[in-house]
Every structure is written in C-alpha cells, then in structure tokens.
Design a protein around this ligand. Structure first.
Ligand code: BES
Ligand code: ZN
Ligand code: ZN
Length: 454
C-alpha cells in the first residue's frame, strides 16, 4: 500500500499538474529524477485520467531503474479533492502489480512509493481505494494462477480464506450437496473431471434485513472446450475462464473491507470443463436446478450451463433481490468490442441505469446490447426447453439471454468480460500483461449505490 510521504529519502519525484497546454505528457523537471506529469486541462480531469497518468509515470520510473518515488498530488487536490489522491495511488499500484513468476532465481527488488499532498477527507479516500486496489490485485492473482494450481476446491479454499478474514460468511457446497439441490446443469459440466466441482457462496451482510444483491461469477478453472475441443491456438487463455468468479469475489472483499452498508452474496459455480469417458457430449439433453431442460449443442458453451444453475440457486436458496452474472462467456464479444470494452444486457431499466452510473464512477468501459424477441428465438430447441447454442449467430446476446431465462422476473444484468479480463499487452496504462481484474470496481460501485443508511 502507498503510504503518505513524511520526508523519507527518495530517488524520484513525480509532480502531477493540471496544464491546459499539455495533454498527458511527462517532462523532466529540476534535478535528475524530478519529472512533471501533465494531466491535461482541469475541466477534463477525471479519476480515470489520473489513474492512467500515474500508471504511465511509475512505469517510466521503473523502466529507468527507479526504486523509490514520491507522487506529488498537491496541485490536483484543490481541483478534484481526495478522489485525485485515491486515483493516483490506485493507478500507480495497479501498474506495478505483475503476474507472479514461477521462475527460479533472485526475486526483483520491490519499488516503494509515497503520496505527497493533503486535503480534507484524503485519509479516508486513500483507505477506501487501497482496499479496492488490493481486491483488484487479488482478483488478478487468482486469474493468473495456472489451472494445475487452481482446481475448484483450491479456489474455494483461497476465496474463503480471504473472505473469512473480513468476517464474510462462507459456505462451500460439494458435488453431493449440489446433487441434492438438483443442480444438474452445473454438475453435467463439472462432474466428470478428476477435480470435482464446488459451489462457493460468500455472504456479506453490511446492510439491514433486506434481501441481498446476488453476484454470480463464472468459475471455470480450465476450459478445454470438452468434447468440442478448442483449437490449440485458443487454449492459451483457458486458465483465465474464472475471471467472473474473481471479479465477484474481489467486489465482495472490497465491500466488506470498507464496511459498505449493503447485503451482497457472491455465488460462484466452479468447475473444470475437461474430457473424460463420462463427459457430456453434443446432442445430450440435460435438466437444471430450475427444472428446465436443455439440449447441448456445444460442450464449449459450458459457462451458461453452470451460470443457469448459479442464478437459480441465487433465487431459490439465497432469496436474491437482484442478480448480476459476470463471465468470460463468448469469443463473439471480443470480436465486437475488443479488449477494452465489455458487453452487457439486462431485463430491467432501473437496474441497467444503476449499472451505467456505476461504470461511469469506476472508469471501466461497458456497452449495452439489445434484447429483441428475435434473439430469444435463436436459443429454442426442438427437443428441450432451451438450447445452449444459437441457431443464428449473435453469440454474445444469445448467451446472455440463455442465462436471463433462469433469472425469471428478478432484475438482472449479464456482463460478458471475455475481452477485458485478460490482456497479452496492456490496453490501459495501469494494466500489466495477464489478468486485468476486470469488473471488481464496477461491481463494487454498483453495490455501493444500493447501500442503505443504517
Ligand atoms: N470461455 C469461453 C469464451 C472465451 C473466449 C473466453 C475467448 C475468453 C476468450 C466460452 O466457454 C466458450 O468457449 N464460448 C464459445 C461458445 C460457443 C461454442 C457457442 C465461444 O464463444 O466460442
Ligand atoms: Zn467454453
Ligand atoms: Zn468458458
């Protein structure tokens, strides 16, 4: 965590100034390691711009061999208030947070940063943002973890260890308990793998006695595609197919660490999608916790199957008032929006508006998708209530609408982060190669928006 500067010895001084002449540039200042970071004109100043500026500055400092530095926020605090300090420290920390290496040899020397400047409310803003930053980094670490070191059971252990430390109530259901609940869609994907499935439930109760918002995250610890095996070239990222799970976990950890007065439950169906003699195959017809039957068109469309049961579980067992599901669900969303923007759809205008407000606050990029009745027809099956593949393209929308069937009449949002959860090369300055921690801040902001005065 970046501490407040109290005159420590430091090599670098990065001064952040609002300068209408210069749009986000770094220029050398007085002395060998004094740099001025111009963040553009004051009327364009946003936390997101400052996150990017701080990230760029500390990455430059690192490239030039700097090990200690001060971020001078003083000129920006009167303009943007404590949010400026929070954004600068968050951008800097995220930019330095890299995927851990398993290479043997001497570890890299750490970099230490401090924040200079003061204003009313700064300590509190830094504390809140430090908890969020930590949660983003934990989510990144989990997604970066190789699949042989993160089975569903190991993910449950890791998630509950961090959650319990923050007083969150945790429950992990094994395959037998899931069977008793009738979670056939979930078990069909996961039960033939050597490492059995887990349903991870994290209940954070910061609010009164109102029913919770349920965040349902896709936790496929490895997605080979099953019998509809992925091509070798598409397998590089298969360990990252639990980024939705990591996002809901990170959001709940941050809500708990910041004592946000709201009730939120994370529901994480976690499985391996592998090939074994008993694995499901295309053409199978299966049931689900809801009782709805599903024709399997493709075993690589496994995410919507486990999320369907995750959503039904959230309604029946957790009494969800609202539901968000988040997943690395479709390649199609990457084709549409690339690696910078996630797609979403919803069945409820008010909830959708709240989500839009949340991502404007977080600075993450999302774009809404249409839900016309024609799209719903594309997942009809001649044999069952639904098919897990579309008969007519529109892969991201139809995958979302499949899950929406299970949300019944609850206000619901579906988020597809297949493009934004992972970057081989950073698209924003505060990203590093690998997992991005996508979704954590926006889900946090969404839930915080529903916080009650208690
Ligand atoms: N996990 C993948 C989606 C994915 C693709 C995530 C690229 C990250 C990067 C998902 O399970 C999948 O394989 N989806 C298929 C669905 C299709 C078979 C209907 C897809 O999008 O190709
Ligand atoms: Zn798949
Ligand atoms: Zn998948």
């Amino acid at each position: 965590m970046i501490q407040r500067y109290q005159g420590q010895q430091t090599q670098w001084r990065l001064s952040f100034v609002s300068d209408s002449e210069k749009a986000m540039t770094l220029t050398p200042g007085d002395g060998p390691c004094a740099w001025t970071v111009h963040v553009g004109s004051s009327d364009e100043l946003t936390p997101e711009r400052l996150r990017r500026a701080a990230a760029k500055a500390v990455k430059t400092m690192k490239e030039l061999g700097g090990k200690t530095g001060v971020l001078d926020a003083a000129p920006l605090l009167p303009i943007l208030g404590p949010a400026a300090g929070a954004a600068l420290t968050q951008g800097a920390e995220l930019a330095l947070h890299e995927a851990p290496s398993f290479a043997t040899g001497t570890p890299k020397e750490p970099i230490t940063l401090w924040l200079d400047g003061n204003c009313d409310g700064l300590d509190q803003a830094l504390q809140e943002s430090a908890h969020l930053t930590r949660s983003i980094c934990l989510a990144r670490d989990l997604v970066n973890c190789p699949a042989n070191k993160l089975t569903p059971a190991l993910m449950a252990e890791e998630m509950t260890r961090e959650a319990e430390a923050l007083g969150i109530q945790c429950q992990v259901l094994d395959e037998h308990q899931a069977r008793t609940l009738g979670m056939e869609a979930f078990l069909t994907v996961g039960n033939s793998a050597l490492h059995p499935p887990r349903l991870i439930v994290l209940r954070y109760r910061g609010g009164g006695d109102e029913d919770p918002i349920c965040l349902v995250g896709k936790g496929v610890t490895c997605d080979t595609g099953g019998y509809c095996l992925k091509a070798a070239s598409s397998m590089k990222g298969i360990k990252g197919d639990m980024a939705g799970a990591a996002a809901v976990w990170g959001a709940v950890l941050a809500l708990a660490a910041n004592h946000v007065p709201v009730n939120v439950t994370a529901v994480i169906p976690s499985v391996e999608n592998r090939i074994s003699p008993d694995s499901y195959i295309p053409g199978d017809v299966i049931s689900s916790m809801s009782g709805k039957t599903i024709e399997v068109g493709n075993t690589d469309a496994e995410g919507r199957l486990i999320l369907a049961d995750g959503v039904t579980y959230a309604i029946r067992e957790e009494h969800a008032a609202r539901i968000v599901d988040i997943a690395t669900l479709t390649g199609a969303v990457v084709g549409m929006f690339g690696f910078t923007t996630a797609g979403y759809l919803s069945n409820n205008e008010g909830f959708s508006d709240a989500f839009q407000a949340a991502y404007h606050r977080s600075g993450e990029q999302y774009w809404p998708l249409p839900t016309f009745p024609e799209y719903r027809k594309m997942i009809e099956s001649p044999l069952a209530d639904l098919s897990n593949t579309s008969s007519d393209g529109c892969g991201t929308i139809t995958a979302g609408l499949f899950i929406g069937v299970f949300a019944e009449d609850k206000p619901w949002i579906h988020i597809d982060i297949a493009g934004t959860a992972w970057v081989d090369s950073p698209r924003f300055e505060y990203q590093t190669k690998g997992a991005t921690g996508a979704g954590v801040t926006t889900l946090y902001e969404l839930c915080k928006g529903y916080a009650q005065e208690v």
